[in-house]
Structures are given as C-alpha cells and as structure tokens.
Design a binder for this molecule. Structure first.
Ligand code: FMN
Length: 135
C-alpha cells in the first residue's frame, strides 16, 4: 500500500505536520513518499492508496499558490481516492481548510479527515496527523 504526502509551506509549520504524516504512514506500514507541491508528480500522487495534502492558509483563507495549482491539477481525478488534509493557519477560523474539505468531498473522494494547527504544530496536532496518516 502506498501513501503520497504532498505539501506546501512558507515558514515550515505545515512542513512539520508533513514530517509527522510521513512518520505515521510508515509506522502504519505504508510505502510513503513526500514531496512539495511545486515538485510533486500528479499521476504518481493519484496512484497512491492514501493521499495526504498539506497547505497553510494564505491570501484570504486560500491555499498556498503552489498547492492551489497542484490541487487543481488532481482535483478532477480524486473520485474514490482516500484523501486527508492538513495545514497551519494563524488568525483565521480554519475556513481555508473547510473550503478545501468541501472541494475534496465534491470531487467524490473518500475523505479521511483533516488536521490543523495554529502556527507551529504542538504535540497534539503532530499525533493527530500521524493518526490520520495511519488510516
Ligand atoms: C501572506 C499571508 C497570508 C495569510 N493568510 C492567512 C489567512 O487567510 N488565514 C489564517 O488563518 N492565517 C493566514 N496566514 C497565516 C499563516 O497561515 C500561518 O503563518 C501559517 O503558520 C503558515 O504556515 P507555513 O509555515 O506552513 O507556511 C497568512 C500568512 C501570510 C504570510
């Protein structure tokens, strides 16, 4: 079973969550890969049994640009795929992640859950993302 983790980050907060996702996926027995959104391969990502995507809240409750462009590329092919989301935010209420969840569900994916952390993830958020990656 393969897990693909693709993330974007600007100050490494989402990257820390991505690292925990990698740990969790491997601990659960997945053959896991990790890549940034600007270097990830869409078809390779889509071939994974579990797809975990991470992005900080940017703009006004939007995905970071490179994740927006990567996600747009795979969005139409997510039907039936197991997808989990994670990311970091600061002053908002998590709207960027709720909107992203809606897009994943509207694409017909099997939504596995999401984890958010305000700024740098604490132990609880890291554990939650590890658990998400074990699904
Ligand atoms: C240009 C910019 C736009 C941002 N927009 C939002 C936002 O709309 N909502 C929010 O909650 N946080 C926003 N933030 C805060 C970031 O999401 C937060 O700093 C996050 O921890 C960054 O994660 P990263 O280190 O993975 O990039 C913004 C930060 C920047 C620099």
């Amino acid at each position: 079973m393969k897990a693909a983790i693709v993330y974007a980050t600007t100050t490494e907060n989402t990257e820390r969550l991505a690292g925990a996702a990698l740990e969790g996926a491997r601990a659960a027995g997945y053959e896991a890969s990790i890549a940034t959104a600007d270097s990830a391969d869409a078809s390779e990502t889509l071939s994974a049994d579990l797809i975990l995507l991470g992005s900080p809240a940017m703009g006004a409750e939007q995905l970071e640009d490179s994740m927006e462009s990567f996600f747009s590329e795979i969005e139409g092919s997510l039907s039936g795929k197991k997808v989990g989301l994670f990311g970091s935010y600061d002053w908002g209420d998590g709207q960027w992640l709720s909107d992203w969840e809606e897009r994943v569900k509207n694409a017909g994916a099997d939504f596995a859950g999401s984890v958010k952390s305000q700024l740098s993830p604490d132990e609880e958020a890291l554990e939650a993302v590890k658990k998400l990656a074990g699904k």
